[in-house]
Design a protein around this ligand. Structure first.
Ligand code: C5P
Length: 404
């Protein structure tokens, strides 16, 4: 039963909109509280009256309705619900979501949302296959948007292919899975991710090649397993993930302070490539060459070790502290020694730098080869995508808490 679950259903334009009436009926029968937004195009396919009658709630249709904006508004609509479903999700609304457009109530609410979003796409197969849509789908998936369908079959337009909206029963099941297939529900996770930038002066910094892809993949995977995820990220090009609280910082000191402020947590995963050093005194102005042979000396001091600081906490130490180690050589020996030195529970070491063919490994790539080290076991995970590493780590975490 979906007792007390508050669902915001966004109905966009498309012939499949008729199926959402059945979806509302199924969700209501399951005791969910369903509120609907009907886009202008959606209104061409189902009427506000039928949606209001089935949901038992007022239907929101217009961003510029002053009463709605004072009574509830696009911010409250997203805040007061546990899950937002977009069904049917037309190519148009997915494009708006991807690019952050906010020119009607539905797109504004989706942009303002801090909740998980599920989409059930519905469109002509050519529209679905179009690279423009596929690029949008990729971006939305990266942001943690949950996809239900589309499916293959006959379309209302007479064509056949991928693009049919999933049946109401399938979406209803996906909503159940979202709420209940959540083995890490109630667990609070902090993830550090990306590089840190240590300033030399206001324009230059010491950084590294970390892309933040692995931390990002772990955040998505743990979110899907039901954890409450906060990610403390250095500068990266990775998009925000809806449902993940992302705190963006630059230096190691900021990363440490933000992480400590976010404690207590059940699990801390330090996937960031933190600079070991920062300048003792960065210049307040841009450093200038004073002569042709001027080579300034820079003095470094050690940065705090975030992983070690948390692993060595005596009060309220998180139940599971996990580190990463990027190694260029002697992976196995270095990994085991590093886990013991840092006092973390698990360490995932990976080879970085160029291989014998000159190909970059680890940093910035989509794959990782992990050497997994705990106090009891050491296992090599064969080369796999960063998403698969994240999934495997999530499975380990779930098993760890189940066995407790
Ligand atoms: O750089 P190093 O190999 O020591 O990093 C191993 C682990 O320690 C990683 O999980 C990294 O996020 C963490 N670390 C940290 N703070 C530092 C250096 C490393 O949290 N200053």
């Amino acid at each position: 039963m979906l007792d007390n679950k508050k669902i915001l259903l966004v109905i966009s334009g498309g012939i499949a909109a008729y199926k959402t009436l059945e979806l509302i009926r199924l969700l209501k029968k399951d005791n969910a509280d369903v509120t609907c937004i009907l886009t202008r195009a959606g209104e061409e396919f189902v009427t506000p009256l039928s949606v209001a009658s089935l949901s038992g709630n007022k239907v929101y249709t217009d961003l510029f309705s002053l009463t709605d904006e004072t009574e509830m508004g696009h911010i409250n609509l997203s805040r007061q619900n546990d899950l937002i479903i977009v069904a049917p999700a037309s190519a148009d609304i997915m494009a708006k979501m991807t690019h952050g457009m906010a020119n009607d109530l539905a797109s504004t609410t989706l942009l303002a949302s801090n909740k998980s979003i599920m989409v059930a796409p519905a469109m002509n197969p050519e529209m679905w296959d179009n690279p423009a849509t596929q690029n949008n789908v990729k971006m939305l998936r990266e942001r943690g948007i949950v996809f239900c369908g589309p499916e293959k079959g006959d379309m209302a337009c007479g064509e056949t292919g991928e693009g049919r909206m999933s049946e109401a029963q399938t979406i209803h099941q996906a909503v159940h899975d979202f709420f209940f297939e959540r083995p890490l529900k109630g667990k609070k996770v902090l993830i550090t991710s990306g590089p840190t930038y240590e300033p030399l002066d206001p324009v230059r910094f010491i950084g590294n090649r970390s892309s933040g892809k692995q931390g990002h993949a772990i955040a998505k995977s743990l979110l899907k397993a039901g954890a409450h995820v906060t990610m403390i990220s250095g500068p990266t090009n990775m998009p925000d993930i809806s449902g993940v609280d992302i705190q963006r910082i630059e230096t190691a000191h900021e990363m440490l302070d933000t992480t400590l402020d976010a404690l207590p947590a059940d699990i801390v995963i330090c996937a960031a490539a933190v600079s070991d050093w920062a300048l003792t005194s960065p210049s307040a102005q841009k450093m200038k060459k004073k002569s042709d042979d001027d080579t300034p000396e820079i003095k470094l001091k050690q940065n705090p070790d975030i992983l070690k600081t948390i692993s060595q906490m005596t009060d309220n130490r998180p139940a599971l502290v996990i580190g990463f180690a990027a190694e260029t050589n002697d992976l196995e020996e270095n990994a085991a020694a590093k886990r013991a030195r840092k006092n973390c529970d698990w360490l995932l070491a990976n080879q970085v730098g160029k291989d014998e063919n000159g190909t970059q490994r680890g940093f910035g790539t989509d794959e990782n080869e992990i050497y997994f080290v705990t106090q009891q076991e050491q296992t090599r995970w064969n080369n796999m995508s960063k998403d698969s590493v994240a999934q495997r780590l999530t499975d380990h975490i779930i098993r760890h808490f189940n066995n407790k």
